[in-house]
Design a protein around this ligand. Sequence first.
Ligand code: CP
Length: 319
Amino acid sequence: MTRHFLVDTDLTPAEQAEVLDLALELKANPYAEAVYAGEGAGRRTVALIFDKTSTRTRVSFAAGIADLGGVPLVIGAGESQLGHKESITDTARVLERMVASIVWRTYAQAGLEEMAAASRVPVVNALSDDYHPCQLLADLLTIREHKGPLAGLTLAYLGDAANNMANSYLLAGVTAGMHVRIAGPQGFLPAGPVVDAARLRAVETGGSVLVTTDAAEALAGADVVATDTWVSMGQEDEKAARAELFRSYAVDAAAMARAAPDAVVLHCLPAYRGYEISADVIDGPQSVVWDEAENRLHAQKALLVWLMKASQAAQADGE
Ligand code: CP
């Protein structure tokens, strides 16, 4: 059985911990897992398909694949037949015969599921409308570096709580055994099925879920405070209206005063200072956003290695 990573819960709690352990090892020794290089290594190329713009995801995957001895093949929006001249399934059937893995930033989660269903090589979600699971591996790695073991820590996410980052904070956070609090205005909270999935996973790990419209309730004593842009890709025309709607969920000095005194601040970037986060917070001593950005590299290298080895092990066992 080929292992894919389309949503945060595709890794069990134990598997997520293995990936994070490997990420720490690769951060200390970047060339220790040259899985794409040398005799007998198999395929060297990883397809990186970007239907949307990207800085961190694109560069961290490309650099990470090079570190692993591989060749990143970046395919930008409109540069392949995918989605207009050729179906997702037919594209997967071609790519799986040529590349080691397929990494795809796209819109619909269903597209990723279709790609994975037709691919015998791992498919990785590099951001969809619903989830951003690679970002969460980097975020968890960063929290672990700054706060120690993840289980039992409290994370408060404020802002647009109906977006892909809120969903992934819920699912990945409880997978790590964290207490995840999500705060946003009514109508901009996570969908019921995502909350249900998070609560189910939390039962397994000892984590918990709180979804609220009260930012102060989410922030009270939190170990980690996180936010994301209020204007996701494709929502640029709504910027003024969304700024008004989310204003009371901004991560600023007043918000940080409600969190634990040693709380750290995350933002997946790009950030809009003065909107979802104030300049004094993102550029201040509690911010770990640059470590978080760097950790995309280490976490995704670990993920690619882990998916390849897990897929090979399952195939060797006849699964
Ligand atoms: N955080 C993140 O995914 O950044 P990019 O959109 O630049 O890849």
